[in-house]
Design a protein around this ligand. Structure first.
Ligand code: TYD
Length: 223
């Protein structure tokens, strides 16, 4: 066991960890890109990263996870996502936060709770425990949840062939459960979650996110 595993680190040390969550097609990538553009304009040092696939190991794991031919079972998938997360925390998240960067992550542990526990039916206690092990005390300063009703998700995904196949493979009920899971988690962690209606226009969502960051972290995002 390494020393960092023995003594969990504080929430996010000197940096700021902002996580974007939501079902597939909820517009996370667009909002991350827009926020990153705003931070660039103000020369605020930041890093964009994602799960699965934020490290070289994670890129391989992502290929495995998203390959329908491999059909990993829910529990096997859970371990792959956790493996990705552990490496991501060790190699990318913790070092960037220790350097004081603002880290924008496309998904983190709440995705596993929503998809593998609420969606695929694995034990919530098990997922919570293993998420804690993978994150070793790290937790987001703010999670931005882009909430999308399943009808809108179906409409958006049908525009992409890959998305359509995925939606049909997993089924409407699965995505209903994932969405409900995300909303449940948001209710428990209202203090560090910004819940947004993903059907609002991208401009409006961008404004809401910028306002919230300024309100919560005036020292970082203020004039
Ligand atoms: P993502 O890269 O966000 O998908 P996309 O780029 O297509 O929007 O995530 C890939 C898929 O992995 C997505 O369907 C959500 C799923 N996922 C889980 O099931 N559990 C997890 O812990 C994570 C991080 C993602």
């Amino acid at each position: 066991m390494t020393s960092s595993e023995r003594s969990p680190s504080p929430p996010s040390s000197s940096g700021l960890l902002i996580v974007f969550e939501g079902v597939d097609g909820s517009g996370k990538s667009t909002q991350i890109r827009r926020l990153s553009g705003r931070l660039d304009k103000r020369s605020l040092p930041h890093l964009f990263t994602k799960e699965p696939g934020g490290t070289p190991l994670g890129i391989r794991l992502r290929e495995i996870l998203l390959d329908p031919a491999l059909a990993a079972s829910p529990l096997a998938q859970l371990f792959l996502f956790l493996s990705d997360r552990t490496q991501h925390r060790e190699e990318v998240l913790r070092p960037a936060l220790d350097r004081g960067l603002i880290v924008l992550s496309d998904r983190l542990s709440e995705a596993t709770m929503a998809y593998q526990a609420f969606g695929a039916g694995l034990s919530r206690e098990l997922v919570a425990t293993l998420n804690k092990v993978a994150l070793d005390g790290l937790r987001p300063d703010l999670t931005i949840l882009l909430d999308l009703p399943v009808e809108a998700l179906e409409e958006r995904l049908s525009a992409r062939a890959e998305g359509r196949t995925r939606f049909e493979g997993l089924g409407r009920d699965y995505f209903e459960r994932v969405r409900r899971g995300y909303l449940d988690i948001a209710r428990v962690h209202t203090d560090r979650t910004l819940l947004l209606d993903a059907t609002l226009s991208p401009d409006l969502l961008e404004e809401r996110i910028a306002e919230e960051l300024l309100r919560r972290f005036p020292g970082r995002f203020g004039p």
